[in-house]
Design a protein around this ligand. Structure first.
Ligand SMILES: C[S@@+](CC[C@H](N)C(=O)[O-])C[C@H]1O[C@@H](n2cnc3c(N)ncnc32)[C@H](O)[C@@H]1O
Length: 192
């Protein structure tokens, strides 16, 4: 998924305004317990909803949004224009498997509704682990997208994500559920 052009802009608008998507993004940032002074990385930031929630909490730290869609980064920048001007927000155009950071690591790394698009999740979670500081936390939120999705589908994906995270070295891996109707979103969290 790489939103672009008019359709991509429309998809970003829908993501930014749909109540359930706003709730999932806010919930993920709350679960991560993002704090002032944290360095935070979001993978697949889309129109920048969760970045906005992080920036409300992080004043002296740094928030980075990565996405391989320039259309999405443009929306994320517009949504968080003041923080971008102040240098508190950095936006990187690129693929999750190719990004480079020069800041010595992150306290928090997360994604919302991106994991299903990763071609090689095992390698991606190894990479995310290597970019976390000791005791740093990663969170991966997922909402089932298959035909007639159910809670079982959400929990099945959560189990897969947890397996990748444990194989990459994450400890204290746990699954949280956000009870949306008609099926929940799941978030898998783990620590370095
Ligand atoms: C369904 S959207 C979710 C956007 C946002 N996280 C939200 O919940 O509103 C998925 C986003 O991930 C980005 N994306 C998908 N695969 C990616 C990859 N391999 N590297 C970087 N970004 C990716 C897409 O461009 C898109 O913005």
């Amino acid at each position: 998924m790489k939103p672009s052009g008019v359709m991509g802009s429309a998809a970003g608008w829908v993501m930014a305004h749909r109540g359930s998507n706003r709730a999932r993004n806010q919930w993920t940032v709350d679960l991560l317990n993002v704090q002032s002074g944290d360095c935070v990385l979001e993978i697949g930031c889309g129109p920048g909803l969760a970045l906005n929630s992080c920036l409300a909490r992080v004043d002296v730290g740094k928030v980075i949004g990565l996405d391989h869609s320039q259309t999405m980064l443009d929306q994320a920048r517009a949504r968080n224009a003041e923080a971008y001007r102040q240098g508190r927000l950095e936006l990187q155009l690129g693929n999750v498997d190719g990004f480079v950071v020069a800041n010595g690591g992150f306290e928090k790394i997360y994604s919302v509704n991106v994991v299903q698009f990763l071609p090689d999740p095992a390698t991606t979670f190894q990479k995310l682990y290597s970019h976390l500081k000791p005791n740093g936390v990663a969170a991966t939120t997922y909402l089932p997208r298959n035909k007639n999705p159910s809670r079982v589908d959400a929990l099945e994906m959560a189990k897969n994500i947890a397996g990748h995270m444990e194989a990459a070295g994450f400890k204290n891996v746990r699954v949280e559920e956000l009870p949306l109707r008609p099926f929940p979103a799941v978030c898998v969290l783990g620590e370095r």
